[in-house]
Write a protein that binds this ligand. Structure first.
Ligand SMILES: Nc1ncnc2c1ncn2[C@@H]1O[C@H](COP(=O)(O)OP(=O)(O)OP(=O)(O)O)[C@@H](O)[C@H]1O
Length: 324
């Protein structure tokens, strides 16, 4: 039986955002299927999935722009739904499509959006200055948006979502179609927001972005959350090991033999001037390996821990490649 979205959803104190059992159907197509996750203050949570996976629909439900068939969205202890504006002021929503007025300047655009958030006068001007600085457009503030690159427009779009200092910032694929420099600037900004205590919900189909930005990742496919966790937790599902590559000098065969005896090391081999070790949680193993090297009179010149990535996790969980 389909449960209706209810304004009496249980409030949560655990995090800024709590999504519980969210479902949305368009005709026969189930776009979001029993999705639950939470995002804490200072945490960046990534929804990672291919085109059509249900990321945008989930985000529109989170922001109260669509009515859920079932489930709850609670932001800062307040239920969010299209039937009320409660909780909306806590959310900064940056849609996938840039929503700006091309014949207005950057400052004028921000002033327009700021007024929508009921900011006025000196406070509005101060927030605009702050945001322009943050998105790196302070020196272009007076220029019309029509003269901006795609990346600059995206940055301004993000700025519009920040004016009211949201508790939860929601970004829908903010780097799609932007130049590498703007992409870098956007990713740096997002990292800063998280570090400053904002909860960030970020959708992407780009594994490297998810890996770099997100504290936790939810892997979404065909509307379902196939798995969620830190990168490390997700990768651990593969049951694969880390590979440690040590460039070293000394009696490497003896060193490898000693390493084989260490708990947690499942393989050790010498290849030229390198020793390759296999084991779970390579970073944790490293200090002990270095101690053993010292005992064997081996000098380690460099050490690299190579791990499986989210691309492999996605393939493992869904049977398809992430990039389409
Ligand atoms: N308004 C709508 N009417 C009908 N079907 C829709 C609607 N919005 C989304 N869908 C369908 O729901 C599914 C999920 O779409 P959604 O836009 O949420 O995916 P997405 O992961 O954001 O993909 P993309 O990265 O391409 O935006 C798709 O099959 C899509 O065609």
């Amino acid at each position: 039986m389909t449960q209706q979205a209810s304004p009496e959803a249980p409030a949560t104190t655990a995090g800024v955002l709590a999504v519980t059992g969210l479902r949305k159907r368009f005709g026969d197509r189930v776009a979001v299927d029993d999705v639950s996750f939470a995002v804490a203050a200072g945490e960046t949570y990534g929804l990672l999935g291919p085109n059509g996976a249900g990321k945008t629909t989930t985000i529109r439900l989170v922001c109260g722009l669509l009515r859920a068939d079932a489930g709850h969205v609670v932001v800062g202890g307040t239920t969010v739904s299209p039937v009320s504006t409660a909780g909306r002021g806590l959310i900064g929503y940056v849609p996938q499509d840039v929503a700006l007025y091309p014949d207005l300047s950057a400052r004028e655009n921000l002033a327009f959006f700021g007024r929508l958030y009921r900011l006025r006068g000196r406070l509005l001007r101060a927030r605009i200055d702050e945001v322009l600085e943050l998105i790196g457009l302070a020196d272009r503030a007076k220029e019309k948006v029509e003269s901006f690159s795609g990346g600059m427009r995206r940055r301004l779009n993000i700025g519009a979502g920040l004016l009211h200092r949201p508790t939860l910032l929601v970004l829908d694929e903010p780097t799609v179609g932007v130049d590498p420099q703007s992409r870098h600037a956007i990713m740096e900004s997002v990292q800063r927001f998280g570090a400053e205590g904002m909860a960030v919900l970020y959708t992407t189909h780009d594994m490297t972005e998810a890996e770099r930005l997100c504290d936790r990742v939810g892997i979404i496919d065909h509307g379902r959350l196939a798995a969620e966790g830190t990168r490390r937790e997700l990768v651990a599902r593969l049951g694969e090991r880390d590979r440690l590559t040590l460039a070293a000098t000394g009696d490497l065969a003896a060193f490898a033999a000693l390493c084989r005896e260490l708990p947690g090391i499942e393989g050790a081999d010498v290849a030229g001037t390198e020793v390759h070790l296999l084991g779970r949680d390579g970073r944790m193993l490293l200090p002990e390996v270095v101690r053993v090297a010292g005992r064997a009179g081996v000098v380690i010149r460099s050490a690299e821990v190579t791990e499986p990535d989210l691309e492999a996790v996605f393939l493992h969980l869904t049977g398809t490649a992430l990039r389409d």
